[in-house]
Write a new protein. Structure first.
Length: 189
């Protein structure tokens, strides 16, 4: 799931309602929650790290809504996530590669910016969409990672709390997090 807002331990109070978008269809209690379903829930616990106590954060998702239905659920955010990296796309440079520090030394012909070969798609180069096409985009990794220095604690009711003794926990709205119910994945140490 991807949160629709940032959540930070100690700054986002317990009881705050949160929403998230489901990134992939997921089976829950014998029912498949479809991709792009909107999950609703709340921050159950939110404590900032202090000199004597660790940072604690627990988010429970209670319901899912989608075009043709809804479902009640009880899932918690775990310490597993899919990291995001920048994808610059293929190198479409015309001619031999040049380093970023290289400058024209006055020898040879400098490429003419008005030449057809310099702009293979002249119409696209003159619009905003053409310049956006060459901008790096974010890509979600295909392999999940565990948050470093974060432990999972279970309460008696089956709830999951993220605990960090090193820093305050912060969940970003651009990151894909993994939810779990009764069978939470183990945390990395």
């Amino acid at each position: 799931m991807v949160l629709q807002q940032n959540v930070a331990a100690g700054k986002t109070p317990a009881g705050t309602h949160v929403r998230a978008d489901l990134v992939i269809g997921t089976p829950v209690n014998g029912k498949v929650i479809p991709r792009n379903a909107v999950l609703s829930g709340e921050v159950v616990e939110s404590k900032a790290r202090s000199a004597s106590d660790p940072s604690r954060l627990s988010i429970r998702m209670d319901s899912a809504q989608w075009k043709d239905g809804s479902a009640a659920l009880q899932l918690y955010v775990t310490s597993w996530y899919y990291p995001v990296s920048l994808d610059s796309g293929p190198n479409l440079q015309y001619g031999p590669e040049q380093s970023a520090q290289s400058t024209w030394n006055g020898m040879g012909q400098y490429p003419d910016p008005n030449a057809r070969a310099y702009k293979p798609f002249p119409a696209a180069a003159d619009t905003d969409e053409g310049s956006r096409a060459s901008a790096p985009s974010s890509v979600t990794s295909k392999r999940p990672m565990a948050m470093k220095n974060v432990e999972l604690e279970r309460d008696r009711a089956g709830g999951i709390t993220l605990v960090s003794r090193r820093s305050n926990l912060k969940l970003d709205k651009l990151t894909t997090y993994i939810l779990a119910g009764e069978d939470a994945p183990p945390a990395a140490k």
